[in-house]
Design a binder for this molecule. Structure first.
Ligand code: MTE
Length: 321
C-alpha cells in the first residue's frame, strides 16, 4: 500500500498560503464581524477537516415541500461508494459569502431569507421569464440523483440531490440559436452575507457553462438533498450540480440565469485564473498548484480514492470536449 499523505490546513507551506497583504486586508475586514474567530483558519482557502457541530439547524418544510420530498430516485445514477454521512456533508461547506472556514456556512447562512425567491432567466431567449421557486417546485419533474461531488481542494462526497435537469428549465425559455453560454449568478446581499463586504473580491458569485454543457442530461438544478429541502448552507433554495466538474462550478442560491453569446467571467477564474479554469472538468492528469488531483479524500470516512476523469461521468459528458 502506498503511503498517502493529505496535508492538513496547518501543514500548507508558506508559499501556498494567501499572500500576506491579502491576509492583512482580510483581517481588517473580519475585525469586528461575527466571522472573526471562525474564519481565522480558513484564510488559507484550503481544506481540512472541521469538527461537525453537535446539532444541525432545523430545515423548515412548507406544506408544498412536505408533498414533494422525498422525490423518486432515478436509478440511472449509481454510486461506487457509500453515501456521505449527512451531518458531515451539511457542516463541511464552501459558501464564501458566509465565511471562509468549512464550518462557517452552517452557522452564518441561516441568516439568508429564502422566501420569496425568484430566478430570473433572460438574455438570448425567446421567452424571458422570472420563475418563483415554489412554482418551479410545483411544475418541474423532480427526481433524486445520487452523485459524487469532487472539490478542487481534493475532498469528495457523494450525496442524494433532489431537483430537475437544467435543460428542462432552459426549454421553457426557448434559447435562441446564437446563445453559446449560460451565466449563473448568486444573490448579492452584503449585509446578510458578510463575505460579500470584501470589496476586493468580484461579488456576486458567478459561474458559467457552455450551452451544450447546460443542455446535457447530467447538468442538474437541486432544490433538495437527503430527501428534504436544501439547507441554506448547501445553497438553498436552488443551486447547480454539475458533478463532472470541480465543486466551485456548482453555484449556490441562484437568482439569475442569462443566456449569452460569449464566455462569461466567473468568480474564481477572475480571482485566480491559473488555479481555477473556466471548464474545470475533474481531471486527475492536470496537476493543481495546491492540491493533489490524482487522489481524493472522502470527507466523512477519510478514505482515499483515485480521482476519476470527469469524476466518473465520462460516458455522459466526454463527447462534449
Ligand atoms: N456558490 C456560491 N455562491 N458561493 C461559494 O462560495 N462555493 C463552491 C460551490 N458553490 C460556492 C458556491 C465550492 S468551492 C464548492 S466545493 C461547492 O459549492 C460546495 O458545495 P457544498 O458546500 O454543498 O458541499
Amino acid at each position: 500500500m502506498p503511503h498517502i499523505h493529505i496535508k492538513k490546513d496547518w501543514e500548507i507551506s508558506d508559499n501556498l498560503a494567501t499572500p500576506e497583504s491579502a491576509y492583512m486586508r482580510r483581517r481588517e475586514f473580519l475585525k469586528g464581524t461575527a466571522l472573526t474567530t471562525a474564519a481565522t483558519v480558513g484564510v488559507l482557502y484550503g481544506c481540512g477537516p472541521s469538527s461537525p457541530p453537535n446539532f444541525l439547524p432545523e430545515v423548515k418544510w412548507s406544506e408544498l415541500e412536505k408533498s414533494i420530498y422525498p422525490a423518486k430516485r432515478n436509478p440511472a445514477y449509481k454510486l461506487d461508494r457509500p453515501i456521505t454521512v449527512e451531518k458531515i456533508a451539511a457542516s463541511y461547506n464552501n459558501f464564501y459569502e458566509f465565511g471562509t472556514d468549512k464550518i462557517d456556512p452552517v452557522h452564518y447562512a441561516q441568516k439568508l431569507n429564502i422566501r420569496p425567491w425568484t430566478v430570473q432567466v433572460r438574455g438570448l431567449v425567446n421567452k424571458p421569464t422570472t420563475f418563483d421557486i415554489d412554482d418551479l417546485l410545483k411544475t418541474m419533474p423532480l427526481e433524486e440523483r445520487v452523485l459524487r461531488l469532487r472539490c478542487v481542494e481534493a475532498w469528495a462526497m457523494a450525496v442524494p440531490w433532489t431537483g430537475f435537469a437544467f435543460r428542462e428549465l432552459l426549454k421553457q425559455v426557448e434559447p435562441k440559436p446564437e446563445a453559446t453560454h449560460v451565466r449563473l449568478e448568486t444573490f448579492y446581499q452584503p449585509f446578510t452575507a458578510q463575505g460579500q463586504l470584501a470589496f476586493w473580491e468580484p461579488w456576486p458569485y458567478v459561474e458559467g457553462l457552455t450551452i451544450k454543457e447546460a443542455m446535457n442530461e447530467l447538468a442538474f438544478l437541486a432544490t433538495g438533498i437527503y430527501g428534504h429541502p436544501l439547507p441554506k448552507q448547501h445553497g438553498a433554495p436552488i443551486r447547480l450540480v454539475v458533478p463532472w466538474k470541480y465543486g466551485f462550478k456548482n453555484i449556490k442560491s441562484i437568482v439569475k440565469i442569462e443566456l449569452v453569446n460569449y464566455r462569461p467571467a466567473t468568480f474564481w477564474n477572475t480571482l485566480q485564473g491559473l488555479e481555477y479554469d473556466f471548464t474545470a472538468n475533474v481531471d486527475p492528469r492536470i496537476p493543481h498548484p495546491r492540491w493533489p488531483q490524482t487522489q481524493e479524500k472522502m470527507i466523512d470516512t477519510g478514505d482515499i480514492r483515485p480521482t476519476l476523469p470527469y469524476n466518473g461521468y465520462g460516458d455522459l459528458v466526454a463527447h462534449l470536449y
